[in-house]
Design a protein around this ligand. Structure first.
Ligand code: ATP
Ligand code: MG
Length: 249
């Protein structure tokens, strides 16, 4: 990997970009993943490459949803696996969620490589290889999920998910938590909780909130969920991107 000076003003962004490149070289990330990363970087640049207050509210609501869930699942694709493998394992531990590899451009080789990569980062049980159930309303390959994973989950975290699949999961009645830097993306628009933030900041933030809320009662967690307003969060993010300031500022 190319050396990036410690004091480079956009160091984090460049490190992230190189991790995606390494993911492609390792057979974890698809080439389309490079393009998705480029789109994400553009939005992140406009957001100021920081977690805006409404995104922090969203991560707290997401943590509460995961803690309240009967069967929470964290969906992992090639970009997510390249960027935050260890952080996802920590989030799964903090919330009791399952990890499931779930790819838009699915190949068995890539699923196996990502499962192995997550194991190297401390995961014990990773779903996604069985692929013995289908999300209704999607063509065969794009619909594949595990029967005892995403198919029967009540709450699913789907970072950087394709719009069609996000909509199909929402139609199955799942509570969908989405991480997507584009507030206008259909994935963000269909989410119960849209987290408009970079995945590299969002996942550790959800874990931090989950640990803070670990001893909260169901009533307290319900209150966190109820206090979150998805429309306001989406509007705040769009406003920040368009004007470079917070709505309340
Ligand atoms: P649609 O509007 O149908 O959802 P899309 O243009 O969003 O299409 P996708 O490939 O489905 O395309 O989605 C990739 C999404 O992931 C983009 O919205 C992009 O901004 C976002 N993204 C890319 N990298 C990151 C990242 N590191 N963190 C968070 N979001 C990211
Ligand atoms: Mg999208």
């Amino acid at each position: 990997m190319t050396e990036i000076p410690e004091d480079h003003p956009r160091r984090d962004s460049l490190v992230t970009r190189h991790r995606i490149e390494d993911g492609v070289d390792a057979g974890i990330t698809s080439r389309q993943g490079l393009i998705a990363q480029g789109r994400g970087e553009a939005y992140d640049y406009l957001l100021g490459e920081e977690t805006i207050p409404s995104a922090d509210d969203a991560t707290r609501a997401a943590a509460a949803h995961l803690l309240l869930a009967d069967h929470p699942v964290l969906s992992v694709n090639g970009n997510v696996a390249a960027l935050v493998p260890g952080e996802l394992v920590e989030l799964a531990d903090a919330t009791g969620a399952d990890l499931e590899v779930n790819l838009f451009n699915r190949t068995e080789e890539r699923v196996d490589a990502i499962v192995e990569h997550l194991r190297e980062h401390g995961a014990t049980d990773v779903k996604g290889q069985a692929a013995d159930a289908r999300i209704p309303g999607l063509e065969h390959e794009r619909a594949k999920v595990d029967a005892d994973g995403i198919y029967e989950a009540d709450v699913v975290l789907v970072p950087l998910e394709d719009g069609d699949r996000a909509e199909a999961l929402a139609e199955m009645g799942k509570t969908e938590l989405v991480v997507d830097l584009n507030p206008l993306s259909r994935s963000a628009q269909t989410a119960a909780v849209p987290i408009v933030d970079n995945i590299v900041r969002a996942v550790p933030n959800v874990t931090r909130h989950a640990r803070e809320l670990a001893d909260a009662s169901r009533e307290e967690l319900d209150a966190v969920v109820d206090a979150f307003d998805r429309e306001t969060a989406l509007e705040d993010a769009e406003q920040r991107i368009r004007d470079g300031v917070d709505r309340e500022a």
